[in-house]
Design a protein around this ligand. Structure first.
Ligand code: DC
Length: 230
């Protein structure tokens, strides 16, 4: 079997997968690819341009006309048509829009091609919901990172407070987190689910350093086993 040089990290929002994926990529000195940022950028841009978040010719025309850019520089993670959206996509309301747009098959197809193309030349850590199952089923290393709803909601609250968006209560956030899990796990196309050959990582009671060191040694072992140099 031939493997893609991709370290796939999937899991629900707030599981800590973004922090883990970013740090792991840093430690291994490989490219970090945040696919959630791509769904967020498309959703944000549609909202700005009054494009309805539904399948149809308007969405097709939008997808075929935009220039999506990823990882242009350290402060330009993602942008569309030259506009840097790296900070705007983190606003709370964009999470809901991203979840809606992620259910549109053409949007998923567009981003699947974009993601495969980005990762085609280099070793990378790619995080998302369907990386190990749909985008790179032959990734050489796969993790499914999760944590309890309570832990994930608390983390989200802290993030929002740090970003100055503190008007939401923990209860409201828990409701939103559950709703988003529900729609991510039950959508028809590429639902959030653990790949059969992924390792499960529950971060509810683990420190980041602990998680990182265990993931790093597992990646290095697998890479060595199939001759990928890291
Ligand atoms: O990881 P995130 O919260 O930034 O993701 C935003 C939304 O995009 C979330 O509702 C799930 C969706 N998403 C997806 O469907 N597939 C991915 N590979 C990444 C994100």
């Amino acid at each position: 079997m031939s493997f893609s040089k991709v370290i796939a990290i999937d899991g629900p929002s707030g599981s800590g997968k973004s922090t883990i994926a970013k740090k792991l990529a840093e430690t291994l000195d490989v490219l970090y690819i945040d696919t959630g940022a791509m769904f967020r950028a498309l959703a944000y841009c549609c909202d700005q341009r009054n494009i309805s978040l539904t399948a149809g010719p308007e969405m097709d025309e939008f997808l075929s006309s935009i220039n999506l850019e990823y990882g242009k520089s350290s402060d330009f993670l993602i942008g569309i048509d030259g506009e840097n959206l790296s900070l705007k996509i983190r606003e709370h309301n964009v999470s809901k829009l991203a979840s809606i747009i992620s259910q549109i098959p053409k949007v998923r197809e567009y981003l699947l091609n974009f993601q495969r193309d980005l990762a085609s030349r280099v070793v990378c850590v790619m995080e998302g919901r369907d990386i190990g199952t749909v985008v790179f089923p032959n990734a050489f290393c796969k993790f499914f990172v999760t944590a309890s709803v309570e832990v994930r909601s608390n983390r989200r609250l802290n993030q929002l407070q740090e970003a100055g968006e503190s008007e939401l209560s923990l209860e409201q956030i828990m409701i939103d987190v559950k709703k988003r899990d529900e729609s991510d796990m039950n959508r028809e196309v590429a639902p959030l689910k653990m790949a059969e050959d992924a390792a499960l990582v529950d971060t509810s009671e683990m420190e980041l350093v602990e998680v990182l060191s265990s993931l790093k040694s597992s990646v290095l072992d697998k890479a060595k086993g199939i001759g990928i140099s890291l």
